[in-house]
Each structure stands twice: as structure tokens, then as C-alpha cells.
Design a protein around this ligand. Structure first.
Ligand SMILES: NC(=O)c1ccc[n+]([C@@H]2O[C@H](COP(=O)([O-])OP(=O)(O)OC[C@H]3O[C@@H](n4cnc5c(N)ncnc54)[C@H](OP(=O)(O)O)[C@@H]3O)[C@@H](O)[C@H]2O)c1
Length: 320
């Protein structure tokens, strides 16, 4: 278990109405602690009793360990942030990807049901083939094109077998502090390049709906706190753009003149296929009562937290 002062305090929080009202003693079990989304989840649930496990103390592919930890902690909510996220590596190690991203969800769903816990799991836009031209909603048929994508899709199916299973599809996560030592996403790498005045190569034919970890964590808390209808939700920031659009807008917010080198997917050889068009509609989440801010607003808020002094220079501070 990750023992930190902030993680395991129990202080008062009583939720509003809903099918499953959570009380001051509600326990949230977070798996995959140490990952970027887990970090935001722990912050978002501050005030609840949080038990956060990294792989060393809870390997989600070890079903006995899952049963034991869930049995001991008796959580009200399990938030699974553990994942095999090496999209290209999954082509060479599909069994590993399926163990973590798919079959572990069967164990977690069973353990959640055994204790009456809600289970929150995160899916990906990569379950789609990218052939669409309008944002995908939750009813769009998945068509995974890589081992990673297939493993994530099977994981969704297992997670949704839990009586109170929530699957939130996220995409192009971003939002870590400057000093973050873990895995960095595409937007983090773009910002580093822009800040260092380097050439930044960006796709002009990959359309994304980036997801700010703070907003994803807030949406997660909203759904479980309010007893939102279990099921599948697209949980991305509102709107979409090509990576070139995202980089250009980010440069504007940083107040720098970008050196962007446009590229296209057919100019770059990657081990695993990536969908080109990945805009997702978050309308179902909005109808459930949680509106995701636009990605531009999310990037602005993130940059303001990341570079407070730079933000003031570039005018970020007064817009954040
Ligand atoms: N990042 C994105 O852009 C993106 C896009 C779409 C969907 N998602 C989904 O969003 C969720 C959160 O992603 P993230 O970016 O926060 O992930 P992340 O930063 O890569 O963190 C994943 C964590 O899972 C841990 N882990 C791996 N195998 C494990 C196992 N068998 N048991 C327990 N822990 C294990 C990793 O630990 P080690 O360091 O020890 O490996 C790591 O700390 C995942 O479901 C991911 O698939 C992410």
C-alpha cells in the first residue's frame, strides 16, 4: 500500500443524494498508484478514506492478491488506474497486455461484486478504427486495430459485468506537474519542445479530444458520488482538434512562437496502428450532469498550474 499522510486520512465527507450515498467512512481503493491518472484520482478523492496500491503491493493480474486486498479493505469504490499502456510494445507482448488490460478486470469485477463495491475502469479511444468523420458516441461499434486496443476493449467488457461497473473512455491524457518522473503523454512532450524552442513534429491528420487528468478525476468522483447510472461514458474534454491544432493553441497560451513540423500518419512507421479520427462525444456524461470543459480551457488551466510565473508573463494567469 502506498502510505502517505494525504492518502490515508479519513475526514468528513457526505455526498448528496443518489442511489448509493457515500458517507464519511467510504473507502476508495485505487490501483495502479504511481500512474498519472491515479495521481489525480487520489487528489480528487481527498477527504475520503483512500487506499492506493502500486503494482508492488497489488498486482491486478494476480487474482488471489485482488481478492485478498479487496476483501481486507472492503472498499465502497475501486478505481482501477493500472494498465499496460505501451501501445507498440503490446504488439510483441500481447499476452501481457491482455493479462493487465483485460483479464485482470474480470478479477476486479468479481471482487467488486463480492463486496458490493462500485468499479471504475478507464477505456480508450483506440477501440475505434478512426474511420468516422463525426465524434464517436458510446453506441458506436468498436473496431480495434491493435493488440493494445483489443486488450482494452475486452477489459471494458469485463468491467461492465460488475453490478456497479463504470467504464470511462479517456484519450491523450495530460496534466502532470513539471517535475513528474513517470510516463509523459504527447501534450507534455509538445510543451517541453515548445518551451525549449525546439522543432516539434506534429500530426496534421490525427484528430483527438485530449483529456485533462483533473477533469477526468472530477468526473469520476461525480459519477460515484452521485450514484450515476453504471455503464460506459466517454470522458474527454469537449471539442477536438488535430495534434497540430493542439500544439498551435498551446503555443499561443504559452506565448511562444512555435516551430511546428507537420507530418501525417503515412509518413511515420509505428509498430501498432493508430486511429486517425478519434474525436469522442461526451454528451452522455453531460446528460448525466457533468459537463467536461473544452480542451482549450483544460490546457490553459494546466499550464497555469505548471508554470505560474511564466503564466503571469504570458497572460495565462488572468485567463485561468
Ligand atoms: N495515457 C493516455 O493517454 C491514455 C489514453 C487512453 C486511455 N488511457 C487509460 O487511462 C488509464 C490510466 O492511464 P495512465 O496514463 O494514468 O497510466 P500510466 O501512467 O501508464 O500508469 C499505469 C500504472 O499501472 C501500473 N501497472 C501496470 N501493470 C500493473 C499491474 N499488473 N498491477 C498493478 N499495477 C500495474 C503501472 O506500474 P508500473 O510503472 O510498475 O508499470 C503504472 O503505475 C489506463 O486505463 C489507460 O489505459 C490512458
Amino acid at each position: 500500500m502506498v502510505e502517505t499522510g494525504g492518502y490515508s486520512t479519513i475526514v468528513g465527507y457526505v455526498s448528496g443524494g443518489g442511489a448509493h450515498v457515500l458517507t464519511r467512512s467510504s473507502t476508495v481503493l485505487v490501483t495502479g498508484a504511481g500512474g498519472q491518472l491515479a495521481d489525480a484520482i487520489v487528489r480528487a478523492f481527498a477527504g475520503w478514506h483512500i487506499v492506493a496500491h502500486a503494482r508492488a503491493t497489488m498486482d491486478i493480474t494476480d487474482s488471489a492478491s485482488v481478492r485478498r486486498v479487496v476483501g481486507e479493505e472492503a472498499p465502497d469504490v475501486i478505481v482501477n488506474c493500472a494498465a499496460f499502456n505501451d501501445v507498440d510494445g503490446a504488439e510483441d507482448r500481447p499476452a501481457e497486455a491482455f493479462a493487465v488490460n483485460a483479464f485482470a478486470l474480470r478479477s476486479l469485477a468479481r471482487a467488486a461484486d463480492a463486496t458490493g463495491a462500485a468499479l471504475v475502469h478507464y477505456g480508450t479511444d483506440f477501440v475505434f478504427d478512426g474511420a468516422a468523420s463525426v465524434p464517436y458516441d458510446e453506441s458506436a461499434p468498436p473496431s480495434p486495430r491493435s493488440a493494445y486496443a483489443a486488450s482494452k476493449l475486452v477489459g471494458e467488457w469485463f468491467a461492465l459485468e460488475a453490478a456497479r461497473g463504470y467504464v470511462l473512455r479517456v484519450e491523450s491524457l495530460f496534466g502532470m506537474p513539471v517535475a513528474w518522473k513517470g510516463r509523459r503523454g504527447t501534450l507534455e512532450k509538445i510543451v517541453e519542445g515548445l518551451e525549449a524552442d525546439r522543432d516539434v513534429t506534429v500530426f496534421t491528420d490525427r484528430t483527438v479530444s485530449p483529456s485533462y487528468v483533473e477533469d477526468v478525476a472530477a468526473a469520476t468522483r461525480y459519477l460515484v458520488e452521485r450514484g450515476g447510472e453504471p455503464g460506459l461514458y466517454h470522458c474527454v474534454n469537449s471539442g477536438s482538434g488535430t495534434w497540430h491544432d493542439v500544439a498551435a493553441d498551446t503555443a499561443r497560451l504559452l506565448g511562444v512562437t512555435p516551430r511546428l513540423t507537420p507530418t501525417t500518419t503515412d509518413q511515420v512507421t509505428l509498430r501498432a496502428s493508430r486511429p486517425r479520427f478519434c474525436a469522442l462525444s461526451n454528451e452522455k456524461l453531460r446528460a448525466a450532469g457533468f459537463s467536461m470543459p473544452t480542451w482549450q480551457d483544460a490546457v490553459r488551466r494546466w499550464l497555469a498550474t505548471r508554470r505560474p510565473s511564466g503564466a503571469a508573463r504570458s497572460g495565462l494567469a488572468d485567463k485561468a
